[in-house]
Design a protein. Structure first.
Length: 180
């Protein structure tokens, strides 16, 4: 019994130290939700607060997310995501405008990537602190209505809408395998 306690303590100590000293263990994404530099956010602004403009904002969101998801799916860095989205801003604008037109709206859309101030926001298990973030901004018409926010990179909103960041540690994976 004493051996099992000592072995358990040693395994826990080694695992704890390994996780503490592991730093970047090859995770694809930053694990610091307070690091604004690790995120590329998205901000879709409706034309107005009318029920119709708010409804079409979500239709545009769905189409633009579908359009951009395969573009950013394999991005390994925020910079790569910015580059790929930047090269496809015209495409995102065309998708937004086609969606607006499909539902009878004649106002246009404008897409850009720039710094934007965001309030604190919670996405599933991740809380992003208030601050200035790089963001894909999509303005519908005047862009004066309520908006929709999310994160393009890492993909908290992209990837079928159910995408969730997974923080991985090789040591914890080995321990989980060992203990089953």
């Amino acid at each position: 019994m004493k051996k099992f306690i000592i072995i358990g303590f040693l395994v826990a100590l080694i695992a704890g130290l390994a996780i503490f000293f592991a730093g970047n263990t090859g995770e694809r994404y930053s694990t610091d939700p307070n690091d604004a530099n690790a995120y590329l956010r998205v901000h879709i602004r409706a034309n107005s607060n009318s029920a119709e403009d708010q409804e079409v904002k979500y239709k545009v969101r769905d189409e633009v997310v579908s359009y951009l998801t395969p573009i950013v799916a394999e991005c390994k860095t925020k910079e790569e995501a910015i580059e790929k989205i930047g090269a496809n801003l015209d495409g995102a604008t065309r998708v937004a405008e086609a969606t607006l037109k499909k539902y009878g709206y004649t106002y246009g859309a404008r897409a850009s990537i720039r710094e934007e101030e965001f309030p604190t926001r919670i996405y599933k298990d991740t809380t992003l602190a208030a601050g200035v973030y790089d963001a894909l901004i999509l303005e519908l018409g005047t862009g004066e209505g309520d908006n929709w926010w999310c994160v393009v990179y890492p993909p908290l909103c992209f990837g079928g809408g159910n995408c969730k960041i997974e923080y991985k540690s090789k040591i914890s994976e080995i321990i989980k395998k060992f203990f089953g």
